[in-house]
Design a protein around this ligand. Sequence first.
Ligand code: SF4
Ligand code: SF4
Length: 331
Amino acid sequence: MKTVSSLLDSEWYDRYKKISKLNIRSSIYDVTNKCNLRCKGCFFFSSDEHKVAEEEMDIQKWEAFIDREKERGVNLAILIGGEPTLYLDRVEAFYRRIPTYCATNGIIKLPRDRFPDLMVGISLWGDEEDEKLLRGKDTFAISSKNYQGDKYTYYLYTITPKQVGKTERIIQRIRNAGLKVHMQLLSNDESVEGFNWDDANLQAIRDEMDEMLDRYPDTVISSKYYHRIITTGEMLGRRFGWQECPSITESFDNRKNPKRLIHFIRWASDLKTMHRCCTSETRDCGICKDGAAHMSWVMVNKKAHMQTAEDLQNWIEVYEMFAKLYKFIPW
Ligand code: SF4
Ligand code: SF4
């Protein structure tokens, strides 16, 4: 049987050792059903997830709930919404109890005196034109001022098919704002015309993402293996989809012996209802491009990556990328 140490030289083995003990146990929380934007293609609103549960308003109930989540073994709380910054007391309740990551559109600045080292991921959907078309405003103009030079913030750049050939300018703007960027692909949940992927533009964006990583290694947090997986939807000859997805809420998972995130739950904001998975409840798994689900897919399949040194190094790079994005290891 192949072992990790037999496949890796000492440099890679050291990298492996740093991540092998992390034992990340994440779950996702809808902090609120409200948002200060209404983006076309937002998975939350397009699947009516904001209607399935009435938001819990009592902060003490949030605190007790988070304590229970901690007891359940969660060591990474991923806050989404709606827009979490509309309820800073809830964000703070998580932040004070569990390692926490907050997704935001960046329009409201999280006060750093209250959240000194909270990891923040700002959503960005393209250039000014795409942002105005899909989100109603150029959010970058606001968010980049709010977070300029912030060392615990990165842009989660959702690349649309219209961005092919244009990503470099965006990445330069992010670099110039003193921030990092991680890339994922739009799933076009509301079928906006002109925003669908096909084989040609997926291949083109894969090449472009590789190029951006080569040119801006201090700004782009990514890996070429991740680019390959997310653009092809394939890993080691297997196809991404419901049968392979790691990010399904435990109680919805009726598969036999799936490779999955342990005890993962996505909670609605009533703190009782659970959503099917980390993203849209109504999305067709066959077209899902969710970045975190694809990363986690690699991460839960370590054994399958132990055939060759290259496979295992690919696995390590994806794991490191995830660990950086959620502040388990430094950039
Ligand atoms: S900012 Fe985020 S939560 Fe709000 S509508 Fe846009 S994608 Fe949805
Ligand atoms: S929509 Fe995506 S994340 Fe959700 S279950 Fe399907 S494949 Fe997984």
